[in-house]
Design a protein around this ligand. Structure first.
Ligand SMILES: CC(C)(COP(=O)(O)OP(=O)(O)OC[C@H]1O[C@@H](n2cnc3c(N)ncnc32)[C@H](O)[C@@H]1OP(=O)(O)O)[C@@H](O)C(=O)NCCC(=O)NCCS
Length: 189
């Protein structure tokens, strides 16, 4: 995997129920082409918002990238139906693409999946989705063949003491960052 550090000033963390409205707003901000790419088919803004409202409590893990406190991208890790396999999906707000947010979200999810015992991550997109193909390549996924859809697989090695420790430290920051966003410290007067 190439360097996937988020750009300076960006926080990547797990999303909680307090982030639900921001996730809905992000999916609502997607233009029709982006929605088509994300869901690999035509989906209305209302349907995308309904999906987003359920995304935090759905099975799996959802992480977000925040720039200056605003949610600009989400990455989802979802079960793929077979043991030790899972699927990744992404949505980055149109004005924030090409800055490494997708790669940072993908790296964070791949780490969590690896530590949770997942050995194969599936990434799917339409064949014409060049940014997603580039993102899958950047994460180190191997591409299969396909004409309308691209299916790439990222093989994960078993967890190590370091990968578990590193995720544990990240989780502590997640809780602190989410808590300070939900309950900002009031100025002392
Ligand atoms: C796919 C998507 C998540 C990428 O997010 P991003 O934050 O722009 O990704 P990054 O900035 O981390 O860039 C990842 C790679 O894509 C490349 N890329 C970004 N925008 C690109 C564009 N418009 N055209 C071609 N490549 C592009 C980057 O150069 C990078 O490749 P590199 O590592 O070879 O330099 C974003 O475009 C998106 O949300 N699209 C709509 C929803 C979607 O298609 N989801 C994927 C299916 S689930």
């Amino acid at each position: 995997m190439q360097n996937t550090h988020p750009p300076a000033g960006t926080v990547v963390r797990r999303l909680w129920s307090t982030d639900r409205d921001a996730v809905v707003a992000l999916f609502r901000s997607l233009d029709p082409g982006s929605r088509f790419d994300r869901f690999m088919g035509a989906v209305s803004e209302t349907a995308a918002a309904a999906y987003a409202a359920r995304a935090i409590s759905a099975e799996g893990l959802i992480v977000g990238a925040f720039t200056n406190g605003t949610l600009c991208g989400v990455g989802e890790l979802r079960p793929a139906g077979r043991a030790a396999e899972a699927e990744l999906a992404f949505a980055v707000a149109p004005g924030h693409r090409g800055q490494g947010l997708g790669a940072a979200l993908g790296a964070r999810l791949a780490q969590a999946a690896r530590n949770g015992g997942t050995r194969r991550l599936h990434l799917r997109c339409l064949a014409g989705n060049r940014p997603m193909r580039a993102l899958a390549r950047r994460l180190g996924a191997e591409f299969g063949t396909g004409s309308r859809e691209i299916h790439a697989v990222l093989a994960l090695s078993p967890p190590t003491a370091f990968s578990l420790w590193s995720e544990g430290v990240g989780s502590l920051f997640d809780v602190a960052a989410a808590a300070s966003a939900a309950w900002p410290v009031l100025p002392v007067v």
